[in-house]
Design a protein around this ligand. Structure first.
Ligand code: ZN
Ligand code: ZN
Length: 186
């Protein structure tokens, strides 16, 4: 099983919301199917409106894990994730479907799409953050973006969710310096 892949499910879910810009890409069943399509296409047909509501609640709880960790409050981040692990337990099963080698599925017996997704994402995030460190969870430092990420860079230098936000932040910093220089010359 690929821990980073499962942990990424948590990142992807949290980032369906863009609170800094007031956007939300998970408000309807169509949204949920579009979200699941690229990563969990087999779940699309089983998804219901109730899954949308439940995943929105899980998303809010997962965001707290990232926000607390990014603020340096590791024990609150851990407590928060532990409650998710309790509410959405995994039910591992070894599977060997299609052309894949034997591998672990975390939640084939989960009763709903939302509970299966939540179990996968919570377990993946738990394993990833206990491997790389709770302080590797971050929130993008380029406002208004509030996207979350897991920093797996070797020098622990990541501050942005994406190259696009890093570029935007650099341009903003450059312009601010120019303004300061211009003001100093007056
Ligand atoms: Zn599989
Ligand atoms: Zn960003």
């Amino acid at each position: 099983m690929d821990i980073a892949h499962y942990a990424e499910m948590a990142v992807l879910l949290v980032n369906t919301e863009d609170p800094g810009r007031g956007r939300d890409r998970l408000t309807s069943l169509d949204d949920l199917r579009a979200f699941l399509g690229p990563q969990r296409s087999l779940w699309c047909n089983r998804a219901t409106a109730a899954d949308v509501e439940e995943l929105r609640a899980v998303r809010a709880r997962l965001r707290v894990v990232f926000e607390k960790a990014a603020a340096g409050d590791e024990s609150s981040a851990v407590d928060q994730l532990n409650t998710l692990l309790t509410d959405y337990p995994v039910s591992p099963q070894i599977s060997g479907h299609d052309d894949h080698d034997w591998h672990l599925h975390m939640s084939d017996r989960a009763p709903t799409v939302a509970s299966g997704y939540a179990a996968n994402a919570s377990m993946g995030l738990a394993m990833q953050m206990t491997t790389v460190g709770v302080n590797r969870l971050g929130v993008c430092q380029a406002p208004p973006c509030r996207d979350v990420y897991i920093d797996v860079s070797t020098n622990r230098s990541r501050r942005y969710c994406s190259d696009r936000c890093a570029t935007r932040a650099n341009v903003a910093a450059y312009r601010a310096r120019r303004r300061e220089q211009a003001a100093a010359q007056v």
